[in-house]
Design a binder for this molecule. Structure first.
Ligand code: SAM
Length: 285
């Protein structure tokens, strides 16, 4: 289908779009915030107008769409183990009034851990947003080595993770549970009970486009399973894994919360783990 999009785009240009039509807070958070941050980091190292980019764990592709529309990217290949990106044409129509998504975007579903190297030309840049905390721990190193092999020498890799597991909302369950560090303080059964009993609206910026497929209870089960599958990576471990895969750190930023650590957790985990909720990591090959 991409050749059709390319032809249509050649004939008529990129379909018109209008950010004033945005009503969905999840869409806005990715279209504005996430894409601006990726642009800030990746754009500081590469010219997005000429770079061939790979997005590992692209999700619904909203950030990629914005990188093309708002930041001039011309080639982004998104890969993911799910197929949320299949919704992007509909989402772009609803949120931007856009009749077709730009031909600069291509997407692919992969089995978890499936090697990508050697199947496509080397890329200039790779990005990954809120994904590496979800990768099975034993697949981290093979995947990072494979991504290293996908990148051209001199290329860049940008990774963001938020929230990190040991931080106050590191369970990724905040939409249902506002108690900081609750996942470290209570049993899994008690935590599930909080989610199960939750009634009422959840923060719109935290509700992705998968919600409609699952329904209220199905979505609760889905996010709880996601919580159970988190690899519990710390910022230091992430940096160590990337070094073991052959990457070099160009720049990193770690953000901490300013909150009082509960007495029960003091000494059980390093303060640094408990307070560090986000990492931005720019790597080179
Ligand atoms: C929290 S979502 C983030 C999606 C997107 N980057 C965003 O910002 O909306 C995490 C994504 O990582 C994907 N993912 C998890 N494990 C993966 C793997 N082994 N390979 C590729 N994608 C993976 C999930 O399917 C999911 O789309």
């Amino acid at each position: 289908m991409n050749w059709m999009l390319r032809l249509q785009e050649k004939l008529w240009g990129i379909a018109p779009w209008d950010a004033k039509q945005i009503t969905d807070e999840w869409f806005r958070a990715h279209f504005d915030y996430a894409s601006d941050v990726v642009h800030h980091w990746v754009g500081s190292a590469l010219d997005l107008r000429t770079a061939k980019l790979l997005n590992f764990g692209c999700g619904d592709g909203i950030t990629d769409l914005s990188l093309v529309l708002r930041h001039g990217a011309t080639s982004i290949h998104g890969v993911d183990i799910r197929q949320e990106y299949a919704k992007l044409p509909r989402i772009a129509r609803e949120q931007l009034g856009m009749s077709r998504i730009p031909a600069a975007l291509t997407f692919e579903t992969i089995p978890p851990g499936a090697p990508l190297a050697g199947r496509r030309p080397l890329v200039d840049g790779i990005m990954s947003w809120s994904t590496f905390e979800h990768v099975q721990r034993d697949q981290l190193l093979p995947i990072l080595k494979d991504l290293h092999a996908c990148l051209r020498p001199g290329g860049f890799f940008f990774i963001q993770i938020e929230p990190l597991f040991y931080s106050p909302y590191g369970s990724h369950l905040r939409r249902y549970d506002e108690v900081p560090w609750h996942h470290l303080l209570t049993s899994e059964e008690a935590l599930w009970k909080v989610i199960e009993d939750h009634d009422g609206p959840i923060d719109a910026a935290e509700v992705d486009f998968g919600f409609a497929d699952f329904g209220v209870d199905g979505y609760k089960r889905f996010v709880f399973k996601e919580y159970q599958a988190l690899n519990r990576l710390t910022a230091d471990e992430l940096v160590e894994f990337t070094a073991a895969a052959g990457f070099h750190v160009v720049r990193q930023e770690r953000r901490n919360v300013e909150m009082e650590i509960p007495a029960e957790l003091r000494g059980r985990y390093p303060d640094e783990w408990l307070l560090n909720n986000e990492i931005f990591l720019l790597l080179s090959k």
